[in-house]
Design a binder for this molecule. Structure first.
Ligand SMILES: Cc1cc2nc3c(=O)[nH]c(=O)nc-3n(C[C@H](O)[C@H](O)[C@H](O)COP(=O)(O)OP(=O)(O)OC[C@H]3O[C@@H](n4cnc5c(N)ncnc54)[C@H](O)[C@@H]3O)c2cc1C
Length: 446
């Protein structure tokens, strides 16, 4: 018997385990995959250089729980460039055009934030009419690129509550590699899925290798995995409870990674490039990642979901064609190795990150309530301001661990190094056009 079973060794599970371990409680972490990290994992085999399959941007690094306490030797965190570019066909947007684009984003942002104070409607419903021919690009940046969903599927209140992501950083070895260092010393049973959780008396978690009994369980699975019934709960979670998970379903966001010879795009290291698009068939580029020849074409939202359903080859074809349209046909000849993530099809996640359905921002807080004082949920979806991020998942894991420790009683003092200083992250507020134009465009980093 242990005090706490933690299901899932992504950011939330690792954070919860560190907290429980620091309090001197007995715990075990069950992870279905053969590695830790979940949606924040770095591959080095496919291209021979660090390739983040999931999270890559470290938002607000001075406050991010993954970086604010420093990193270990061999892990280098460096600032993300504070600029973005826009392609208009085969050329870059000029200064005045960039101003128009950013101003259109500010008008849309402001309209959403102001309306969200009065009603939690779909973001799309309140987009201003004066976005002109920048509308599809603005819709892409604020919808699929930020939330993994089209704006008609996104709650205005959820969007408005998200903290500003003013500065960003990257990890040279990959964000997943950084997160994995935080799991050092944590007891994780890899390749050990939780199959069933019985919380009628104490908690019994069934795995393929037998049962584990505990006084409490922290479940950090994605909302889509829980809503799909991948783990059987006894007693069953009420239908209403399951519905709340589905109101925070995961959007679609994938990386199509292309290794391009000879800097075929002619861009700088870590350049972030959008397109002045005419419709939803668009993407973003993070080019020459960390100074390598790896370019990530990021596809998201309904278009990204439909594309990923067609398989890796279709995703790579789209990315190569799309880049050729923006940078010239020679780009296609420069493609060496390629890969595409398909998070919607990974049974351990079933999507990218959560976005609340219109009217359902409240679901995030509702899910923070324990069930029977025995089952706590945690993960990115249970953070009201930092949803969809590694930092949010981490803080949610810590919060649920604290709640469990209080429930178990006899809470020991947690060492200072484990405690997050109070956040000073900024609430989202409608900014002036000038402020926005001067702001670090990393605000739109994903
Ligand atoms: C393509 C993409 C890009 C992203 N970009 C960014 C970014 O730039 N910056 C950022 O901050 N965030 C980003 N995110 C979001 C971020 O990755 C997630 O918010 C965060 O990693 C979620 O952590 P979590 O612990 O809540 O969930 P997960 O990481 O999903 O952890 C849950 C764990 O549970 C495991 N599991 C599943 N089923 C079982 C079972 N039955 N038993 C045991 N274990 C199980 C899974 O394998 C997984 O390891 C991105 C995500 C994606 C997909």
């Amino acid at each position: 018997m242990v005090d706490v079973v933690i299901v899932g060794a992504g950011a939330a599970g690792i954070a919860a385990a560190r907290r429980i371990a620091a309090a001197g409680r007995r715990y075990v972490v069950l992870e279905a995959a053969d590695h830790v990290g979940g949606r924040c994992v770095t591959d080095t085999g496919i291209f021979g250089v660090p390739y983040d399959l999931g999270a890559h941007w470290i938002h607000t690094p001075n406050l991010n729980p993954l970086t604010k306490l420093g990193t270990r030797r061999g892990i280098e965190v460096y600032p993300a460039p504070a600029s973005q570019k826009v392609r208009i066909g085969r050329r870059y947007a000029r200064e005045g055009e960039m101003e128009d684009f950013l101003a259109a984003q500010v008008r849309a942002d402001r309209a959403i934030i102001e309306t969200a104070r009065k009603a939690d409607v779909a973001c799309e419903q309140i987009l201003p009419n004066d976005l002109g021919d920048w509308r599809p690009a603005v819709e892409f940046v604020l919808g699929p690129y930020t939330s993994g969903k089209d704006l008609r599927q996104v709650s205005a209140l959820d969007f408005a509550r998200a903290y500003e992501r003013e500065t960003d950083a990257f990890c040279r070895q990959g964000f997943g590699a950084l997160l994995a260092t935080r799991a050092d010393g944590i007891k994780v049973k890899l390749s050990t899925p939780a199959l069933a959780i019985d919380f009628r008396r104490n908690v019994t978690v069934e795995t393929p290798n037998g049962e584990i009994t505990a006084r409490a369980v922290i479940v950090t699975l994605s909302t889509n995995v829980i809503a799909a019934g991948a783990v059987k709960f006894t007693p069953e979670l009420a239908a209403g409870h399951l519905e709340i998970f589905s109101k925070l379903s995961l959007g679609s966001f994938d990386h199509v990674a292309l290794e391009l010879a000879d800097n075929a795009l002619g861009v700088e290291s870590d350049d972030l490039i959008f397109e002045k698009s005419a419709d939803k068939r668009t993407a973003a580029i993070l080019a020459n990642v960390g100074g390598t020849s790896l370019c990530l074409v990021q596809v998201a939202g309904t278009f990204g979901r439909e594309l990923s359903a067609q398989g890796q080859a279709a995703m790579v074809d789209f990315a190569a064609d799309w880049l050729a349209g923006l940078f010239g046909a020679d780009v296609k000849k420069a493609v060496k190795r390629s890969h595409a993530t398909r998070w919607n099809h990974d049974p351990l996640t079933l999507g990218a990150f959560s976005a609340a359905a219109p009217g359902w921002q409240k679901a995030r807080r509702m899910l923070m309530q324990p069930v029977n004082d025995a089952v706590w949920f945690a993960g990115e979806a249970l953070h009201e301001q930092l949803w969809g991020s590694v930092g949010g998942a981490w803080e949610s894991g810590e919060r649920s661990a604290d709640a469990v420790l209080r429930r178990l009683g006899g809470v020991k003092e947690v060492p200072a190094a484990e405690v997050s200083p109070p956040g000073r992250l900024k609430e989202r507020s409608p900014r002036t056009r000038q402020e926005e134009i001067g702001a670090a465009p990393g605000t739109f980093a994903r």
